[in-house]
Design a binder for this molecule. Structure first.
Ligand SMILES: [Zn+2]
Length: 293
């Protein structure tokens, strides 16, 4: 998909569904294009790959089902490589061929999760400029901004950053089902970026995700600690979006007869980004994700 202005300007890419079960981004991109066609693009171009993993999408799977590969762990890819590497090579080659100013990759998270913006880890000296730009642009999405603490070196966004191309990830709530509210929040987030880049004019107010005043302009760090120490059933007492304090109880794990086995407490002050899709606990299983202040 593409919209090109007659005036030169930034080249922005929107990409979605690299994980086949993460479907809200595809619809968000459709809505962005409807809106910029109505509003007129003042300058630059917007391009999109709304469905990067059609094989995964058709089977509601995160992976490229035929080869069981994670496309977002297959970049930069290779012309003669595995199925995922060949797809990655085509995607990256096409994007880089347009000399992009920014790539925004849309993902989905646990079924119970809030929308947020992810900034990758520092890509090192070669990607310094892009990294600084990505951090600045992240604040224009209006979402909580969360910095990765671990990184898949072969993800699309990190591969771009290392090549000094600004890239960001938006997590738009749950996988599998299009969440219409998160489509609107995502549309607002992308419009915030396009406005900042001078590509669209401020239009009518879109619904936006309310983030706490105290967290505006801050970058949180991602944590999925503490994990479960054993097996059992999880009962959550904290909910996605809750502001939490260090030591606060957010979940308890019981055995089948109701005996308390483990209490999950926040390791730091922060906000709950989401909790696991299942109440089945096992040793080392992530229970909750936090944005740590
Ligand atoms: Zn994903």
């Amino acid at each position: 998909m593409s919209v090109e202005s007659v005036n030169a300007g930034p080249v922005v890419w929107l990409t979605a569904c690299i994980h086949g079960d993460e479907v809200t981004g595809m619809v968000t991109i459709q809505e962005v294009f409807k809106r910029i066609q109505r509003q007129r693009l003042l300058r630059g171009s917007v391009y999109a790959f709304p469905l990067m993993n059609p094989i995964g999408f058709d089977t509601a799977s995160r992976y490229i089902t035929l080869s069981r590969e994670d496309l977002n762990k297959s970049f930069p890819g290779s012309e003669n490589g595995s199925l995922a590497e060949r797809i990655a090579d085509r995607i990256l080659g096409t994007i880089k061929g347009t000399k992009p100013s920014l790539v925004v990759d849309l993902h989905n998270d646990w079924m119970k999760s809030i929308p947020y913006t992810v900034v990758d880890i520092d890509p090192g000296p070669g990607g310094k400029k892009a990294y600084e730009q990505a951090k600045a642009i992240a604040q224009k999405t209006g979402f909580l901004v969360v910095a990765e603490t671990e990184q898949s070196a072969k993800s699309l966004s990190y591969t771009l950053l290392r090549d000094n191309i600004p890239a960001l990830t938006l997590e738009l709530g749950e996988s599998y089902v299009v969440n219409e509210q998160n489509v609107k929040y995502g549309l607002n987030a992308i419009e915030g970026i396009l406005r900042y880049l001078g590509m669209v004019e401020a239009a009518d107010e879109l619904p936006h995700y309310e983030i706490p005043e105290t967290l505006k302009g801050k970058t949180l760090s991602f944590s999925s600690e503490p994990a479960s120490s054993g097996s059992g059933i999880i009962r959550f007492s904290g909910a996605p979006g809750d502001i939490v304090k260090r030591g606060q109880v957010v979940a308890k794990i019981y055995n089948a007869f109701g005996k308390l086995l483990d209490t999950i407490r926040c390791s730091n002050d922060g906000v709950i980004l989401g909790h696991s899709d299942s109440s089945v606990a096992f040793p080392g299983a992530p229970v909750m994700a936090f944005g740590i202040i």
